[in-house]
Write a protein that binds this ligand. Structure first.
Ligand SMILES: [Zn+2]
Length: 411
């Protein structure tokens, strides 16, 4: 311990050597390191030998420590006694000595507090000891052993229960961890699910918009189709007008009217439409011509005979202007014959259509020549009669168009 190491014999010898033969000397406090004085009576020190003189005077007079513990006891006048005194003090107090007065006082106060605390503990222990016999006095040793064994068994059972509880806690932790992983997995799936739901909503909206757009287009197309179904395509393509004194097809006059008279080009254009119209009607009605065949060639269209031998009759005016021409008249008679073939085919295919507004009759030479009351030949009548004959032909063509539109649709 430190208190034994600090107070060394060398220190004490030094103390002896420095002790003056007079009245006082200094020592160093081993607690705080401060120097403090020790005083001796002067009368005794003068009669002693240099070394024994000190001890004798200590043995006869009380030692008084200034600033220290004051008058302690009677000392036997030797360093051994002084050392013994310090040993006793050190062993009793477990403290290093010598000490100065201040450190000694503080140490004394601390020891007083410890003494007070120990007295209190003693009182409590005494109270416990007084009560102890009454607690266990009624039970014999066997009962106590049995109870102790029971408590040990209970303790072991509790330990087993505790171990089981720990195992359960570990299991619960494992299950909790698995549940947490499943929870995270479920949250991820839920997030993915909502992403897909949102995407499907967007797709559905786009599809609905596309469907609405297609429905609108379909309704518009259906409306257009209905309009086209109701439209007579042939009538729209070949617009015939027979309201005035002469007939027109697509605005081109066919006939000889006073002013202004149609020139050859207008007449040829009208005949080109007439040939193409009749050719179309024959195709639609699937008419097979009996004597003539129409050859639509625009302003150079003509009629070709089938029997008895092939011959061509031009249905256009030449550069020489209007003049009676046998070939031109034959061409118009052939055209009228083809019209009659279409009428008869329509009457055959669609019974009940009745007769056209204007009848077609045969002539002296040609198979068909008279329409209404007028001949289609220019040479056979006046300009007015020929003009009326052309108008009657257009009336019959309009009748054919209407029959086809009613019984075969707009095609
Ligand atoms: Zn001190």
């Amino acid at each position: 311990m430190s208190y034994n190491k600090k107070r060394t014999p060398a220190n004490l010898e030094k103390l002896v050597e420095i002790l003056p033969p007079t009245v006082s000397t200094n020592l160093q406090c081993l607690k705080c390191g401060k120097l403090f004085g020790i005083e001796f009576p002067a009368a005794h020190t003068s009669e002693a030998t240099p070394n024994s003189h000190h001890f004798s005077c200590w043995s006869t007079q009380p030692l008084r420590l200034e600033g220290g513990m004051g008058v302690l006891c009677d000392v036997n006048g030797s360093m051994a006694m002084l050392e013994t005194l310090y040993d006793i003090l050190c062993d009793a107090t477990k403290t290093d000595y010598p000490r100065c007065g201040e450190c000694s006082r503080k140490h004394g106060e601390e020891m007083s507090r410890n003494l007070m605390r120990l007295c209190n503990l003693r009182t409590k222990y005494a109270a416990v000891l007084d009560n102890f016999p009454t607690v266990v006095g009624d039970k014999d040793e066997a009962a106590i052993d049995a109870e102790l064994a029971q408590l040990e068994a209970q303790c072991q059972a509790e330990e087993l229960s505790l171990a089981s509880l720990h195992a359960s806690i570990e299991t619960e932790h494992s299950i909790g961890k698995q549940l947490e992983e499943k929870k995270q997995d479920l949250a991820m799936h839920e997030s993915q699910y909502w992403l897909e739901v949102n995407q499907s909503v967007v797709d559905e909206s786009a599809a609905a918009e596309e469907s609405h757009y297609l429905d609108t287009r379909l309704a518009r197309a259906q409306k257009e189709l209905d309009r086209l179904v109701c439209t007579n395509l042939i009538n729209e393509t070949f617009y015939l007008c027979t309201e005035g004194h002469y007939g027109t097809i697509n605005g081109y006059r066919l006939g000889k009217v006073p002013s202004p008279a149609p020139d050859n080009e207008e007449t040829n254009a009208a005949w080109s439409y007439m040939v193409l119209l009749l050719h179309t009607l024959a195709n639609v009605s699937e008419t097979k011509f009996s004597l003539y065949r129409l050859v639509p060639r625009g302003n150079l269209s003509y009629v070709e005979t089938l029997v008895p031998r092939p011959d061509v009759y031009e249905l256009y005016a030449g550069a020489g202007g209007w003049f009676p021409s046998a070939r031109y008249d034959k061409a118009m008679c052939g055209y009228l014959t083809c019209v009659q073939d279409v009428v008869e085919e329509l009457q055959r295919k669609f019974p009940g259509v009745g007769e056209p507004p204007v009848s077609i009759k045969g002539g002296a030479v040609c198979a068909r020549e008279i329409v209404g009351q007028h001949s289609v030949k220019i040479a056979a009548g006046t300009d007015e009669t020929w003009t009326t004959a052309m108008k009657n032909v257009m009336i019959i063509l309009k009748w054919c168009i209407r029959v086809l539109a009613v019984h075969k649709g707009s095609s």
